[in-house]
Design a protein around this ligand. Sequence first.
Ligand code: ADP
Length: 205
Amino acid sequence: MNFTARQNKIINIVKEFQPITGEEIASKLNLSRATLRPDFTLLTMVEVLGARPKVGYYYLGNHHLTNQNIKSLDMSVQEVMSLPIVTEEQTPIYDAIVSLFLEDVGTLFITNGGFLTGVVSRKDLLRSFLGGQTEETPVGVIMTRKPKIIMVDKEASVLKATKLIVDHGIDAIPVVSKEEGGDLVVGRYTKTNIAKLFVELIESN
Ligand code: ADP
């Protein structure tokens, strides 16, 4: 739904000063309460604002996706991805675990000669110890490997990348650039990226 400039101003005032009365909003806009009445009616009707007698208006944020929002799901994944954390196959499990802590990630992308060959997640590392691996075991032994890797080309849309994460129930996918020798890891797209994008989309209304 597209709001008028004045309605957007009202929403922003309520977000900042809630709960706030209609009188107070009107005085901040140098307008009369009566002038704003149709705006209040509309904004409460579509549940962007809530109204409590004697308390005032508060923000409900029930924004529906606007065309503008939907367009941003069309932008390419490279515009929203994070930097990848990449480890070579020979890296011992111990060093891989240290990287998870140091880099504050849950998934490592594994390469051989610089090109993507696998993925190691938190659970893979935990499982490897239950399965009797030692901390010197190379991560290449325990990784999920190609062709099972779910990845996305850097030019792919945010929507496509998000669907891959949802459909496969995984936390992260490597964003790659296809080169002659293989897939070069250029980024990571994660559930955190999706959560941040969601907040931005709602708040940009
Ligand atoms: P967690 O360890 O927190 O459960 P995930 O749910 O992402 O993390 O991983 C679950 C399993 O899926 C692991 O065995 C992991 O190796 C695998 N996995 C994770 N990401 C991918 C991916 N992009 N492609 C293929 N397999 C993956």
